[in-house]
Design a protein around this ligand. Structure first.
Ligand SMILES: O=P(O)(O)OC[C@@H](O)[C@@H](O)c1c[nH]c2ccccc12
Length: 266
């Protein structure tokens, strides 16, 4: 069982939902990533989505695109990323998800990449441009090694929800709004309806996480109330990292995380 599955089981027993934080590895530098992870753990985040920068992050809004560019400029490569994951693993057992684009895995070969990532301490993958139709090799490579978290959107059909959720493990990622990450659009009724619809289709077999545009404790509270099993916050963290001097990054991240995590405790 992966750390992700263990975490969801643990939270269920405690009647809590999951707070998942997305950060870009190496943004603005490795030291900042380590301080941010310490702050996330201290603040009670349940799972970390660690972004590996990609030159053409098509699903990302300007905040994450900028973080990606800076991380690439700082020389974030796969080898450095895996050694950063190992450093994080020395400090915490928090479940770690690698968030990147399929090209990064395809180059090295899915099987080779995933076993290296697993060895470093990665528990799951989110590949936003991995479609279920092309996922055979990826799924085979991840089997019994790591969770494969697929994305669905509010207009995914019921049959497709069932198909995608069967290939998913760890949790199913419902994208709250159409468009890219980082756009604060407020809570839409169609999103709240989609949470209920997806939960109905998946019959509780897999936790449902919601992300895109979530940035305040109020947002978290509303999505948890609507039935989400996990809420993902990304761009809001990157904006906080951007404006906080590195010396007090850990404490700033911890207090922001505490304010979000509080809303996941039923
Ligand atoms: O940044 P936001 O609006 O809080 O959304 C979460 C998002 O950052 C994170 O889950 C993520 C980062 N890049 C992605 C690409 C596709 C899907 C999800 C993501």
């Amino acid at each position: 069982m992966t750390r992700i599955k263990e975490k969801f089981a643990e939270l269920k027993a405690k009647k809590e939902k999951a707070l998942i934080a997305y950060i870009m590895a190496g943004f603005p530098n490795e030291k900042a990533t380590i301080s941010t992870v310490r702050g996330l753990v201290k603040g009670g985040a349940d799972i970390i989505e660690l972004g590996f920068p990609f030159s053409d992050p098509l699903a990302d809004g300007p905040v994450i695109q900028n973080a990606s560019t800076i991380s690439l400029e700082k020389g974030t490569k796969i080898a450095k990323f895996f050694s950063l994951v190992k450093k994080i693993r020395k400090e915490t057992d928090i479940p770690l998800i690698l968030m990147t684009y399929t090209n990064i895995l395809y180059h090295k070969g899915y099987a080779k990449f995933i076993s290296e990532a697993k060895k470093a301490g990665i528990d799951g993958f989110i590949l936003p441009d991995m479609s279920i139709e092309e996922s055979k090799e990826y799924l085979q490579a991840a089997k019994n090694k790591a969770d494969t978290i697929f994305l669905i959107s509010p207009n995914t059909s019921n049959t497709r929800i069932q198909k995608i959720s069967k290939a998913s493990s760890g949790f199913l990622y419902l994208v709250a709004v159409f468009g890219t990450t980082g756009v604060k659009t407020g809570i839409k009724k169609y999103t709240l309806d989609a949470i209920k619809q997806v939960k109905k289709q998946t019959k509780g077999k897999i936790p449902v996480g919601i992300g895109f545009g979530v940035s305040t404790p109020e947002d978290v509270k509303k999505y948890i109330k609507a039935g989400a099993d996990a809420v993902i916050v990304g761009s809001a963290y990157l904006k906080l990292i951007e404006k906080t001097p590195q010396t007090n990054l850990e404490s700033k991240i911890a207090s922001f995380t505490k304010s979000l995590k509080k809303q996941t405790i039923l």
